[in-house]
Structure formats: structure tokens, C-alpha cells
Design a protein around this ligand. Structure first.
Ligand SMILES: [Zn+2]
Ligand SMILES: [Zn+2]
Length: 403
């Protein structure tokens, strides 16, 4: 048993935690450096040789390169190390995409200090809060930190209109109407706007987004109710697949084929899930093997898909959970594997595939806004009513406003 665990652990380390580097020639593109923290300079990566750790904003993404950062890989009940699901995809053409924005994930997004003027697209796999719970934080936080255009949301319909993405977004917007009204005027007007694209959850590998050389398709997943989907993003000959929560499904096996990175849930196996929640083995078995995909089933799916890298997520990878998941996956799949943790990053080109940890500051400040944000049109600033303002205390006089 110990020997077997040792072999599995080594295998997992080799393919999961260490880096796979193949030398390559990568064309490079110089990005704007105005969001760089003081003291840091972005450098080109030469000959596929990357620093051991990724410090955000210190590497120039190659023109042919894709960077995928795990912002959240955990469960609905978060831990400090594993918040709910979100993946951030950056392309060498400057485009940026979010897949899911689960509860707690915006903290990790902000810790990267990205250029929020470009973070204007999020794709929902389904409407569980561990996949969309930080939607408000993305909308308002991004608006405060540089986005001066509408936030675009792409997501599936449901079995009825009130179970679809459009209903979710419009209802959320009503729920925090007070917040939005307080900021209107102080912040660019267009940044408050939401632009929803709801598509048929049953569509099979149909295009939901096709701009600037980037094609995103969706297909159904099988999870709790109708209305969970998976996505593929194809650009520049590279294919990233983001799996929505699901029972192993034939659409994924069919349409994830050819993926460079195939991400898919690798949920806790029944016994570990029972211990995690304190559930009965019966309930844990139902959730792990009927609503989700247990590790051995994940392995079977990946053996059928055969990606360059299989990426499993949707667990808190404590040492014992990690061992249980790895053992399950390795019983059915022996290919390249990453069991993903929060703030892991993958750099991908046709020749390179490297997995590293991201190093961020606990007190990283939000990125500065750009000139276009400062110049963007604003309506009138809001103020409390006269009857409330009448209660201002005379014991304090604010300083004069600067010119
Ligand atoms: Zn779910
Ligand atoms: Zn989930």
C-alpha cells in the first residue's frame, strides 16, 4: 500500500506540481507596463525557460501564448487555500476571459493586479453559487478598478426562463440597485451596464463567442437540473476546455477531443466526501457519483479524451483529499495530470506546457485605472437628500476641495 501510494505521489508530483518544459521559440509582444507595481519590470521569456514561480505582471505573454490561472478550485464551503470555482484565461492577442466567478474568487483575481479595462467577459458554466457567487464583486470591483465598458456575461438558459442566466443577472442587478446608484456619476456610466448573452443549454458544440480570432463553443453537462454546460476556447491553434459540473457525459468526451488543456471536475470520492461533510456514505456516494464526477470517473473521461494535460478541480486538496483523488484518477488514467490548486498558472504554447504556482502579496493593492477610464463619460454625482444632509455635524469642517 505504501509503495503504491509512493508511486502515485511521485507520478502526481511529476505531472501535477512540477513543470513540463520543452524548449521553443516564442514570439513576444510588449504589453503596456503602466499597471506594474513599483520595482517590477516585465521581461520576455526566452527559449521557453520560465522562472520557477510566477510573479504577476513580471512576464510578457508571448504573442502565440495562452496563460491560464486558477483563481478558485474548491468547494461551496471555502477555505483560505481553496475558494470557489473560477479560471482566468489570457491570450497573447491581449484578450482576457473569465470562466465562472465562484464565491471568493475575485480576491485572487485582484491579487494578480490585472488590467481591468480588459476584463469584460465572463462565461458561466451554471448558476450554482460556487460558480457565480462573486458576480457582484466582479461587476462592481472591476468597475471601480478600470473597466469603463459594460460587463459581458455569457451563460446557458435553463429549463424555464427563471432558471436561466438572463434572469439571474437581471435579478441580481435589481438586488444591488442601491449600490449601483450610489456609484453612478462617480464612476464611468458604461461600466455599470451588463450585457447578457443567454444561449440554449442543449446546443452541441455551437459557437457562443467568435471575435478577434477567438472561438468559444458550448455543450451540455449533466448536473442537478438542466442548464449546466462546458466550454471550449480555441485560439491560435490552441484549445482550452472548461468543464461545467457534471456526471461523466458523452458530449464532453466527444467535443473536448484535441484539447491542449482539458479541465473537468475531479470531485472527492464517496468515502472522502462523507468525511469532509460528515455525511452518510449513502448521501456522499449519491453526490459524488450521480451529481458529480468522482476521480476514477474523471480518469476514464481523460483516458477517452487524451488531452495534452488533464486538469482536475473542485476539491479542497488537503493532504488526505489529495491522496484520495490522485489514487482514484491514477486507477483509470496515466497521462499528464494537474490536480489544480488556487493560484496555479499554466503557460501554454504549441511547444511549451508549464505548470507553476503564482506568488502574490496578501496586501496587493488594486491596479491603477487608465486615462481612458478617467476620461470616460459620467453622469451627475449622487448625494443624500436635504433632510439627511441637515444632520451633518457642525463640529467638523472638511478641507477645501483641490482644483
Ligand atoms: Zn454545481
Ligand atoms: Zn460546483
Amino acid at each position: 500500500m505504501n509503495l503504491s501510494f509512493g508511486r502515485l505521489t511521485t507520478f502526481g508530483l511529476v505531472f501535477g506540481l512540477m513543470s513540463t518544459i520543452v524548449a521553443s521559440t516564442v514570439a513576444h509582444r510588449v504589453e503596456a507596463q503602466d499597471i506594474m507595481p513599483a520595482g517590477r519590470t516585465a521581461v520576455e521569456i526566452k527559449d521557453g525557460v520560465y522562472p520557477a514561480t510566477y510573479f504577476p505582471n513580471t512576464e510578457i505573454l508571448g504573442a502565440d501564448e495562452m496563460r491560464i490561472t486558477a483563481l478558485g478550485t474548491g468547494m461551496p464551503n471555502q477555505t483560505k487555500a481553496a475558494v470557489s470555482i473560477s479560471f482566468f484565461v489570457e491570450l497573447g492577442n491581449g484578450d482576457k476571459f473569465l470562466f465562472d466567478i465562484g464565491t471568493g474568487s475575485t480576491g485572487n483575481l485582484f491579487s494578480l493586479r490585472p488590467d481591468f479595462s480588459k476584463i469584460d467577459k465572463v462565461f458561466f458554466s451554471h448558476l450554482h453559487v460556487d460558480h457565480v457567487g462573486d458576480f457582484m464583486g466582479l461587476h462592481v470591483g472591476g468597475w471601480l478598478s478600470g473597466r469603463y465598458t459594460p460587463l459581458r456575461i455569457f451563460g446557458p438558459s435553463g429549463a424555464t426562463p427563471e432558471l436561466g442566466t438572463k434572469y439571474y443577472v437581471e435579478s441580481m442587478q435589481k438586488a444591488y440597485a442601491w449600490d449601483l446608484q450610489t456609484r453612478a456619476g462617480a464612476l464611468p456610466d458604461a461600466g455599470a451596464k451588463l450585457d447578457v448573452t443567454e444561449f440554449d443549454y442543449m446546443q452541441e458544440n455551437e459557437v457562443v463567442y467568435d471575435e478577434n480570432g477567438v472561438t468559444i463553443r458550448s455543450w451540455p453537462a449533466i448536473h442537478s437540473l438542466d442548464g449546466s454546460v462546458s466550454y471550449s476556447l480555441e485560439w491560435n491553434g490552441l484549445k482550452y476546455v472548461f468543464g461545467g459540473d457534471t456526471y461523466p457525459n458523452s458530449w464532453y468526451v466527444k467535443y473536448a477531443k484535441g484539447a491542449d488543456i482539458a479541465s473537468h471536475e475531479a470531485f472527492l470520492p464517496p468515502k472522502a466526501l462523507a468525511e469532509y461533510f460528515g455525511w452518510s456514505l449513502k448521501q456522499a456516494t449519491y453526490v459524488s457519483t450521480r451529481i458529480h464526477t468522482e476521480p476514477a470517473a474523471f480518469g476514464k473521461v481523460m483516458s477517452a479524451v487524451g488531452p495534452r494535460m488533464a486538469l482536475g478541480y473542485h476539491s479542497v486538496l488537503s493532504p488526505e483529499n489529495y491522496q484520495a483523488i490522485l489514487e482514484g484518477v491514477r486507477s483509470t488514467y496515466d497521462g499528464p495530470l494537474t490536480l489544480s490548486r488556487d493560484l496555479q498558472v499554466i503557460n501554454l504554447t504549441k511547444d511549451n506546457l508549464i505548470t507553476r504556482e503564482v506568488s502574490v502579496d496578501d496586501y496587493a493593492l488594486p491596479p491603477s485605472v487608465g486615462q481612458a477610464y478617467i476620461d470616460a463619460p459620467r453622469s451627475e454625482e449622487k448625494s443624500p437628500s436635504d433632510k439627511v444632509n441637515a444632520g451633518k455635524w457642525g463640529g467638523y469642517t472638511p478641507p477645501a476641495m483641490p482644483d
